[in-house]
Design a protein around this ligand. Structure first.
Ligand SMILES: Nc1ncnc2c1ncn2[C@@H]1O[C@H](COP(=O)(O)OP(=O)(O)O)[C@@H](O)[C@H]1O
Ligand SMILES: [Mg+2]
Length: 254
């Protein structure tokens, strides 16, 4: 089944919000998703209220002590399961170089442990840096969902990222599938509307038709440790993430 890396090297663009609510939407659709929190800030783990006693019990245990990934899988209350994160994960870059073996570790383990099974879509929430962790996510998945918040700097970041993905394709010698999705869209702002036009010109069909609106329920739900479907099922945010999943499935990305 599909593995998706939710990545943008810019912070605050909606990676964690998108990972959380895509996992929740998949679970509501009857699937049993596995979320992997690959950000040392551990926001997805914290929002899901998954207690992690030590770094060894998080995905850091896999990188630092070669623990099997399947030992680290925990129930993820928003839906399915999660391999949680811990702030110690920030040490991984220093522990491992960016050699081919280091950046392929997650891919190799997911395959060896057969975690990538029928009915188990995997959603990887990345950190806002192109480091060894994000490269692990991109190479494990081969497909990247890039949230772009509707502001100038975020668009610049996405254009840079397009260059990065092209460079990485030379390394793996195959196409890295990607979809861009605009988040925090505010229809009252001319800038939001202009950004949509600009990104459509640049990315064509790789830009999702669905965009995620700026929505107060989406901003509030993490404070209640909830995904949007549990926190505010009738909100625009819930409608948008439901529509995003439908589009990703219909276009064969997921
Ligand atoms: N569509 C949205 N509407 C309102 N607030 C949002 C939306 N998407 C994300 N946020 C808020 O913006 C902040 C950054 O989002 P987050 O998903 O954590 O970004 P990232 O993981 O890329 O750093 C969070 O406080 C989150 O609740
Ligand atoms: Mg995040």
């Amino acid at each position: 089944m599909t593995i998706i890396a939710v990545f943008n090297q810019k912070g605050g663009v909606g990676k964690t919000t998108t990972s959380l609510n895509l996992a929740a939407a998949l679970a509501r659709g009857g699937l049993d998703p596995l979320a992997i929190d690959l950000d040392p800030q551990a926001h997805l783990t914290i929002i899901g209220d998954v207690p992690v006693a030590s770094g060894a019990d998080s995905v850091f245990g896999f990188y630092a002590q070669a623990r099997p990934l399947s030992d680290l899988v925990r129930k993820f209350p928003p839906g399915g399961n999660i391999i949680p994160s811990h702030m110690e994960l920030s040490k991984v870059d220093a522990l491992h170089g960016k050699g081919l073996k280091s950046v392929m570790r997650l891919k190799a383990a997911l395959q060896e442990e057969m975690l990538e099974q029928e009915g188990t879509p995997i959603v990887i929430d990345c950190c806002p840096m192109l480091n060894v962790l994000s490269l692990n996510a991109i190479f494990a998945s081969g497909r990247v969902l890039v949230p772009i918040s509707a502001d100038f700097l975020s668009v610049r970041g996405a254009l840079q990222l397009e260059g990065t993905l092209k460079a990485l394709e030379h390394v793996v010698k195959k196409r890295i599938e990607r979809r861009y999705v605009v988040t925090r869209y505010d229809a009252r702002r001319r800038m939001s509307r202009e950004i949509l036009v600009q990104l459509r010109e640049r990315f064509g069909d790789e830009l999702c038709s669905v965009h995620i609106s700026e929505n107060v329920s989406l901003a509030e739900s993490p404070a209640y440790n909830k995904d949007i479907f549990t926190h505010a099922p009738h909100s625009q945010g819930a409608k948008d993430y439901d529509a995003l999943l439908t589009e990703l499935a219909a276009t064969g990305f997921l």
